[in-house]
Design a protein around this ligand. Structure first.
Ligand code: B12
Length: 212
C-alpha cells in the first residue's frame, strides 16, 4: 500500500459511505493505451473522454493527475511497463480515486490496470467508465469489479460521484452510476444527456502529457 488512506471510503463497496477527508480529492485518470498489449507506441490520439473529465473535475476544485502510456515504447512487455508506471504514479500522486475505462476494444488494458491497482493499492476506489462500461455494464461489474461504474456521459456524473464520496452522501442520488451494496450491484436512474455541451469547460490535455 502506497499511502495512508484517510477515512474508510472503501466502505462504499458495501453501501456504507464514510467521509474520506476534508482535503481536496486527488483523482488519477488513466487513459487506455489503444494498442495494448503491443509494446510499440499507439499512433492514436488519447480517448477524448479523459481530457473532458479532467477539465470538469478541475473546474469543480478537485486535484487531477493523469497517466498516459500511449506514446512510449514498452521495453520488455506492455504489462510490465503498465505495472511500473502505475506503481510510480500512485506513489507520486497518492490518489484517493482512480478513474479508468475506454472502449470495448480497451478491455485488456482496463482488466490488467484494475487488477494491478488492486494489488498495488487495494484501498484506492476505482471508477470505471467509457463505451466499455456503458455498453456492457453488468458484465464489467461482475468480471472486473470496479467500485463504481459511470454509464454514459461522464462529465456531470463523475463530478457528482466524487463529491458524494467526499461528503459521504447518498449514492442513490447520483444518476447514471452503478455501485455495490451488500455484494449486489445497484443501478441508479439513467442520467439525461447534457443539454448544453458548450457550457462544459474546454478539454484539459495537460495531465496526459499532450497539448492538442
Ligand atoms: C471518435 C471515435 C473514434 C476515434 C477515437 C476513439 C477513442 N478511443 O476515443 C477513432 C477513429 C480512433 C475510433 C476508433 C474505434 N472506434 Co470509435 N468512435 C468514435 C465516436 C464517433 C466518438 C467518440 C468520442 O470521442 N466521443 C466524445 C468523447 C468525449 O466521449 P467518450 O469517449 O464516449 O467519453 C465520455 C463517456 O464515455 C465517459 N467516459 C469515457 N471514459 C471514461 C472514463 C471514466 C473513468 C469515466 C468516469 C467516464 C468515462 O465520459 C466521457 C465524457 O462524457 C464514437 C461514437 C459516438 N458518437 O460516441 C465511436 C465509438 C466510440 N467507436 C466505437 C468502436 C467500435 C471503435 C473501434 C473498435 C472500431 C474498430 N473496429 O477499429 C475503434 C477502437 C479504437 C480504440 N482502441 O480506441 C464504438 C465503441 C463501442 C464500444 N462498446 O466500445 C462507438 C461508440 C461507435 C459505435 N456506436 O459503435 N473511434
Amino acid at each position: 500500500m502506497y499511502w495512508p488512506r484517510p477515512g474508510k471510503a472503501r466502505n462504499a463497496v458495501c453501501g456504507v459511505l464514510v467521509k474520506v477527508s476534508s482535503e481536496t480529492m486527488r483523482i488519477l485518470l488513466i487513459a487506455p493505451k489503444s494498442n495494448y498489449p503491443s509494446t510499440s507506441p499507439s499512433r492514436d490520439h488519447i480517448a477524448q473522454g479523459f481530457p473532458c473529465l479532467a477539465a470538469t473535475l478541475k473546474a469543480c476544485g478537485q486535484e487531477v493527475f493523469g497517466l498516459n502510456m500511449s506514446y512510449e515504447w514498452c521495453r520488455i512487455s506492455a504489462q510490465m511497463t503498465l505495472c511500473r508506471s502505475l506503481k510510480k504514479t500512485i506513489a507520486m500522486c497518492r490518489p484517493h480515486i482512480i478513474g479508468l475505462g475506454g472502449l470495448s476494444a480497451d478491455y485488456l488494458f482496463v482488466r490488467d490496470a484494475i487488477s494491478m491497482v488492486r494489488k498495488i493499492a487495494p484501498d484506492i476506489l476505482i471508477i470505471c467508465g467509457g463505451g466499455l462500461v456503458s455498453s456492457d455494464t453488468e458484465y464489467i461489474l461482475q468480471v472486473l469489479h470496479p467500485d463504481f461504474a459511470v454509464i454514459g456521459e461522464g462529465e456531470e456524473t463523475v463530478v457528482e460521484l466524487v463529491e458524494c464520496i467526499e461528503s459521504g452522501g447518498n449514492l442513490e442520488s447520483v444518476a447514471g452510476i452503478a455501485y455495490w451494496k451488500d455484494g449486489e450491484p445497484v443501478y441508479t436512474p439513467k442520467r439525461r444527456p447534457i443539454p448544453e455541451l458548450d457550457k462544459l469547460p474546454f478539454p484539459d490535455y495537460s495531465p496526459f502529457e499532450t497539448e492538442t
